[in-house]
Design a protein around this ligand. Structure first.
Ligand code: SAM
Length: 574
């Protein structure tokens, strides 16, 4: 592979000379690729690598590739997405052949595969040769990409398929698709693709103006961490014609992230989701979990259930209800990520009705550093033990029993000498050394630990949840309830580092549901307290199971459902 890249770079170098300006080198490389595309596919998978060599003179090629988000889509996923986007359009015989748009087309994997299907239909309708068919359908293929080498290759390919007619590739543009002249200025019947992923904050200097423009289209502000792929989704949704269909690959986080809620809502106002697809496998070189969501731009009609698929070749799961405005779309991908659908349950308010939750950030994390010590035994007065996420398990603090990592170091009994903290950190420590429930994030299930004496100092990213003393164990029992873990995982799917982890912000914790049956909740809390004081794993597990069953009854779950969620939770616990 690297020999082919080196050969190509040498060829360009030889043609333009080593002193050539970058623009001249790129133009030469584009011309070579345009010509080569007629004869061979060989360089196609290498295009992102080739382009990254031309991106800038100083950037590392691998970095340039990541910045451009250039990871092409495997053929099997392309075919699956077209089956559910292009084919339903083609199944209506009276319709003409559609215009197909890929807003970040790269080498045109979607457009060429769609073109092949359109060329067959064209020949069935009008007869003629294959190249005549490509001359007919070529102009219906619209591709945008900011990478001039990718577009050169694609237009070379389309022209070649059309018997060398450059007019067939008239729809391929080297352009920033987020620019005003591209999306939503162009419209199409079918939109398919895999736009670049990443936070616009890190990738673009014009992130702020981009977000403002997108916010106008969404009709609501867009969060600063909204993935750039979701902005493509929003703009592409506006480019889709009525009666048209769209499927875009997205990072899994777009389905549930708070910063993309206004984008999800804006898309839902115009479009009906038709299917969702995801996989636990990492199918791109990029280390991101992905999904694809299909849409139909509605004319009229009741929303149909949304089909759900996973993996490749795809498995189909039971459909889900259409997601509502203001909600996560995680249900579209949850079965593919091995997360069961939550059952219906009874609710009376939220945890926020009885509790407060606070998260700490980098100031507190770094603020601890100058005062960190290995704590002597017994703990001297003026030293507070520090607990990390790794030192917590459901109903159990393993401080002193399990080594913990803090500030890139392993500690057996990490603590801080309170008098060595900065004054503001001393105030912070005083506010944390109170009775509370400690809740780590990025865990497979919620793992609340009751700190009834207020003796532990939580380190980032543990959330501290406080409540009236008599209700603290109820808070812990609720957070340890398997149904609540399932709801949290489901609601915020894909927003943690791994799709199998739960990441909650303090306000998400407070939005968790509270059960209506107070007496059962109270008994569950007593069982959770027993788990906290258990002397061994077996009795801790027995008390936690008792607490879980009582919580499930408090939420109105039947026995069968309760047992199946408890089994799911127990299996995730280890
Ligand atoms: C994930 S690749 C997908 C390419 C192709 N659609 C596929 O699925 O194989 C994303 C593409 O987006 C392009 N890209 C990145 N930023 C862009 C922008 N602002 N406008 C248009 N294309 C962009 C990259 O050059 C890259 O080719």
């Amino acid at each position: 592979m690297s020999t082919q890249v080196d050969d190509f770079l040498e060829r360009v170098e030889a043609a333009v000379g080593s002193d050539a300006a970058p623009a001249e080198r790129i133009a030469c490389a584009a011309a070579v690729l345009h010509e080569q595309a007629a004869d061979s596919d060989e360089l196609e998978p290498l295009l992102p690598v080739l382009s990254s060599h031309f991106a800038t003179t100083d950037a590392m090629p691998a970095k340039a590739r990541r910045r451009a988000g250039a990871f092409y889509t495997p053929a099997e996923l392309v075919a699956f997405m077209l089956d559910h986007t292009l084919d339903p359009w083609m199944e209506t015989p009276a319709r003409g052949l559609p215009t197909v748009l890929d807003p970040a087309c790269g080498s045109g994997r979607f457009l060429l595969a769609a073109g092949a299907r359109l060329a067959i239909a064209h020949r069935q309708r009008f007869g003629g040769s294959e190249s005549a068919a490509w001359r007919g359908i070529g102009p219906k293929l619209i591709g945008f990409d900011s990478d001039p080498l990718a577009t050169a290759w694609l237009s070379g390919r389309i022209s070649a398929l059309a018997g060398g007619d450059p007019e067939a590739a008239i729809g391929v543009h080297t352009i920033d698709a987020l620019h005003d002249d591209a999306l939503p200025a162009h419209s199409a019947d079918i939109i398919v693709g895999n736009p670049p992923f990443g936070t616009p904050l890190r990738r673009r200097t014009d992130a702020e103006s981009l977000r403002r423009r997108a916010a106008v289209l969404a009709g609501a502000p867009i969060g600063p961490y909204a993935d750039i792929a979701s902005i493509f989704l929003l703009l592409a949704g506006k480019s889709l014609r009525s009666g048209g269909r769209m499927t875009l690959v997205q990072p899994l986080s777009v389905l549930a992230a708070r910063d993309t809620q206004s984008i999800r809502d804006a898309v839902l106002k115009d479009c009906e989701p038709t299917f969702g697809w995801s996989t636990n496998a990492r199918i791109f070189d990029a280390q991101v979990h992905v999904c694809a969501v299909g849409f139909y731009k509605r004319l009229i009609g009741d929303p149909a259930p949304v089909r759900r698929f996973g993996d490749l070749p795809p498995t189909e799961y039971t459909p889900s209800r259409r997601p509502g405005i203001g909600h996560s779309w995680a249900a579209l991908a949850s079965p593919a990520c091995s997360v069961p659908d939550p059952p219906p349950f009874e609710q009376l308010g939220t945890l926020g009705d009885i509790a407060h939750a606070t998260a700490d950030f980098r100031d507190q994390y770094y603020g601890l550093l100058p005062a960190l010590v290995e704590t002597p035994d017994p703990i001297p007065s003026g030293v507070a033990p520090v607990v990390t996420t790794g030192g917590l398990d459901v109903a159990q603090c393993l401080w002193g029993e399990r080594a913990m990592r803090l500030h890139k170091q392993s500690w057996h009994r990490p603590g801080v000498t309170l008098s060595s903290l900065e004054p503001s950190m001393q105030d912070w420590a005083a506010s944390r050394l109170v009775p509370k429930v400690m809740l780590p994030t990025q865990t497979r299930i919620l793992e609340p630990v009751l700190d009834i004496d207020g003796q532990w100092l939580p380190s980032v990213p543990i959330i501290s949840v406080t409540a009236a003393a008599e209700r603290l164990s109820e808070v812990a029992a609720l957070l340890a309830c398997p149904l609540v873990s399932l709801l949290a995982l489901h609601r915020y799917l894909g927003t943690a580092r791994s799709p199998s982890a739960i990441k909650l912000a303090a306000r998400d914790v407070l939005a968790l549901p509270a059960p209506p049956h107070q007496e059962l909740w109270h008994r569950a809390a007593t069982a959770f307290t027993a788990a906290t004081h258990a002397g061994d794993d077996a009795s801790r597990k027995a008390s936690l199971c008792e607490s879980a069953r009582l919580m499930h009854q408090a939420f109105g779950l039947g026995e069968e459902v309760s047992e199946s969620i408890l089994a799911w939770w127990l299996q995730r616990r280890h």
